[in-house]
Every structure is written in structure tokens, then in C-alpha cells.
Design a protein around this ligand. Structure first.
Ligand SMILES: Cc1cc2nc3c(=O)[nH]c(=O)nc-3n(C[C@H](O)[C@H](O)[C@H](O)COP(=O)(O)OP(=O)(O)OC[C@H]3O[C@@H](n4cnc5c(N)ncnc54)[C@H](O)[C@@H]3O)c2cc1C
Length: 382
């Protein structure tokens, strides 16, 4: 089977799974803030934990273009479960891209099957955007490192067991990034969950504080085997990460449009469907235009990524525009639904709570604008 045929088959399988398993449970699990354990088992069967891992390590090896489509289609039904495999795959990409061959063989097949799953642990209570300001220290002790410190906001922190962990092996280094080192850390003695964080949206999925207290880790878990490369490992996956967040934003923006379009034709005021009032038509037109523009930006960034071209400008534009479109479209859908938007019987209130996260994850939208401007200047010197 050719790669195109495999991709088409994957998309078809995902569509059927979303209709049958994801859509029907979204509201109930979101409202209860309950973890969707059954979806995790189904994701293992579908191969989602290995979606972007190379076939030589047991993954599906999907292109960024296909993967972004998978993400958008699931997010259109329910954005939250995407986080279960998305940050896991960023961890896996880090090992695949920057790990030693021994690390790839040890971890990637178990990541791909979902036997070992987890995510990316960068953020700390005092440092998010300013990643180089982290305080977690890894001190060498013979053939181990001893790690102390706290991570926060870590997706899959409660139910995941393995994390790409950013530390400082030289807290005094100048520039600061030269003292940063990344490990593949599995839960064990000295590595525990502090607390699960309660959230506005993106419910059901665990976001947690992780506490490291004299956690001992073997030196062969240092990604790539060389100290001082951790910051590069952390930012190396950001282009793909941003395309993924953009795809999640696209999914929410599409869902808000679809629901608003249907409701506007059903709801009557003053003797006609509200879709016949021009004020509502203007909203629908703008929402649909935002969806199309987001889709094209996501596709363009993913296509460039797949051809190996530099795509930081494109990925940032896609992330910025699609996430802001998710926020705007969900708010506009709230207006179209009037008072009913406030009822948990409809999904639009969930889109409205889930969308703002897309403006924060993988670099805030303020930072995306800074990146876009810097790239513009670099690519167009006066
Ligand atoms: C639900 C959720 C899940 C998450 N999952 C993960 C995860 O799995 N792993 C992980 O490591 N992290 C995760 N995060 C953390 C996330 O990556 C950070 O919240 C994000 O990077 C922003 O950092 P901060 O919250 O510390 O904000 P800050 O860095 O304190 O920023 C606050 C504000 O200042 C602005 N700002 C900061 N610096 C600048 C600047 N130089 N120029 C202009 N504006 C600036 C920001 O844009 C923002 O508006 C998650 C967060 C959430 C909410």
C-alpha cells in the first residue's frame, strides 16, 4: 500500500471512530471532568500513540499534513482528547530526532504502542514563556543524575508515566540555555504528582504539577547523551507543535461554525429563521471565512514541514490565526445561540471554554507575533 493509501485509510478510520466513540461522550465527560480511559485504549488500537513515529520503530509515520487533518477532525468533535496523544508525540519526536540510537530502540516502540505514554515537561511555576528561567536542577552523581524541582501544567501528568524533562545541569551557565539538559524520565522513587489542576476548559484531561525530590535517573536517559543541548531539544519540536495547536484551533472554529449554521436555520424569530436576518448572516460569513483561511494556513505550514523546508514563520502564522479564529468563532456561535449558548445542553459553551487554551499552548500568541515579525525582518532585509 502506498503512503497516500495508508493516509486515506487512517483518515477514514478516524472519521468513523470520532462519530461512534468520541462525539457521543464529549459532553458527559467534559461536564464531569472525568478521564476518558476507554478512549485511551481505543487510541492504542488506532495507533494514535505512534501516529508520527517512524514505521521502523512501530509507528504509523504519518506526514504532518495527514496528522494535522487527524487532529482537526478529532478536535472538531472534542478538542480535549487530542492532548492525550499530542504531547506524547512531541516527547516521542524529541527522542526520534535527538535521541541516541539506543534510546530510540528502547523507547520508541513502547511509545508507539502506548505501553509507555506521557508528554513534555518544560513549564515551572516561575517560568513558562521564559523557559531558560527554569530552576529544576540535575546534578551528576556517578552514573546517575539527581533531579530536584517542580514542573507545572504538565499534560498527561497524572495518567502518563514518562516525560521529556527539561532541567538545568549548569544553573550558572551563560548564556542560560547552555546549561540546559533534557531527559526521558519515567515515574519512580522521587518523582510524584503534586496535584491535578482544575481548569476552565480542556477538562477531562489531566494537567498536573510534578514534584521531583532527589529523583535518581541513569545517565543513559539524557537525550542525545550530551549535556547543554536541552533547550535546542525543547524548541526543536515547536514547529510541528504549533501546526498541531493550529489544527486543534481549526477543529474548534469549524465546530462552532457548523453548530451556528444549523441552529441559525432552525431558530425562528419575527416569523423567520434567524439565518434570514442580516446581522446573523454577517456572523456566519465571517466565521466561514475564518475557517477557510485557518485551514489554508494549516495546510501550507504542514506541507512546508513535510518537504523539510523551514516553516517557523508559516507555523506561527497558522497557530496565531487558527487559535484566534477558534476564540472568535466560539464567541460568535455563543451570540448566534442567544440564551441557549449559556446552557450546557449545547456544545458551544464548551468550544468557548476550550478555545482560549489554543492561544497559550506551544508559545503564546504574543510570542507568535514576535516570531513572525522577526522572521519578516530577517527574510526581508532593507
Ligand atoms: C491547559 C494547559 C496545558 C499545558 N500543558 C503543558 C505541558 O504539557 N507541558 C509544559 O511544559 N507546559 C504546559 N503548559 C504551560 C504553557 O506552555 C505555559 O502556560 C505557556 O508557555 C505560558 O507560560 P506562562 O503561563 O508561565 O505565562 P508567562 O510566561 O508568565 O506569560 C504571561 C504573559 O506575558 C506574555 N509574555 C511573556 N514574555 C513575553 C515577551 N518576551 N514578550 C511579549 N509578551 C510576553 C505572555 O504572552 C503572556 O501573555 C500548559 C498550560 C495550560 C494552560
Amino acid at each position: 500500500m502506498s503512503m497516500n493509501e495508508i493516509d486515506a485509510q487512517v483518515l477514514d478510520t478516524i472519521d468513523r471512530w470520532v462519530e461512534k466513540e468520541v462525539k457521543p461522550i464529549a459532553k458527559k465527560f467534559d461536564q464531569a471532568d472525568e478521564y476518558p480511559h476507554e478512549l485511551v485504549e481505543q487510541m492504542k488500537e488506532l495507533g494514535l500513540f505512534g501516529a508520527t513515529i517512524g514505521p521502523e520503530y512501530g509507528g504509523l509515520g504519518l506526514s504532518a499534513t495527514t496528522y494535522a487533518t487527524v487532529v482537526a477532525r478529532i478536535a472538531k468533535a472534542w478538542m480535549a482528547p487530542v492532548g492525550i496523544f499530542n504531547s506524547h508525540l512531541i516527547m516521542a519526536a524529541c527522542v526520534q530526532r535527538d535521541g541516541t540510537e539506543e534510546q530510540r530502540r528502547r523507547f520508541l516502540p513502547r511509545f508507539a504502542s502506548g505501553e509507555l505514554r506521557g508528554g513534555l515537561a518544560l513549564t515551572e511555576p516561575n517560568a513558562g514563556t521564559d523557559l531558560q528561567g527554569i530552576r529544576m536542577v540535575a546534578r551528576r552523581d556517578g552514573d546517575h543524575y539527581v533531579i530536584n524541582g517542580t514542573k507545572t501544567w504538565i499534560t498527561n501528568g497524572v495518567y502518563g508515566t514518562c516525560f521529556a524533562l527539561l532541567t538545568k545541569t549548569d544553573p550558572e551557565a551563560v548564556p542560560r540555555h547552555k546549561g540546559m539538559t533534557m531527559f526521558v524520565a519515567e515515574k519512580g522513587d522521587g518523582f510524584r504528582v503534586g496535584r491535578k489542576i482544575r481548569k476552565l476548559g480542556y477538562r477531562s484531561i489531566d494537567s498536573a504539577e510534578l514534584i521531583f525530590d532527589d529523583y535518581r535517573i541513569e545517565t543513559n536517559r539524557l537525550i542525545g547523551g550530551e549535556e547543554g543541548r536541552g533547550f535546542h531539544h525543547a524548541v526543536g519540536g515547536l514547529e510541528l507543535g504549533r501546526i498541531n495547536v493550529a489544527a486543534r484551533g481549526l477543529g474548534i472554529a469549524q465546530a462552532a461554525l457548523a453548530d451556528a449554521l444549523r441552529y441559525a436555520q432552525e431558530r425562528q424569530t419575527f416569523g423567520k429563521p434567524i439565518a434570514q436576518h442580516q446581522a446573523i448572516q454577517l456572523k456566519l460569513a465571517d466565521m466561514a471565512t475564518r475557517v477557510e483561511a485557518s485551514r489554508l494556513l494549516v495546510e501550507q505550514a504542514a506541507r512546508k514541514y513535510d518537504t523539510g523546508e523551514r516553516c517557523d514563520l508559516e507555523a506561527s502564522m497558522a497557530k496565531l490565526f487558527a487559535s484566534e479564529s477558534a476564540v472568535t468563532n466560539s464567541l460568535e456561535a455563543m451570540r448566534v445561540f442567544g440564551g441557549y449558548s449559556y446552557s450546557v445542553e449545547f456544545d458551544v459553551e464548551r468550544y468557548y471554554r476550550d478555545a482560549p487554551l489554543m492561544c497559550i499552548g506551544e508559545g503564546t500568541n504574543e510570542m507568535q507575533r514576535v516570531i513572525i515579525a522577526k522572521q519578516l525582518i530577517e527574510r526581508n532585509p532593507a
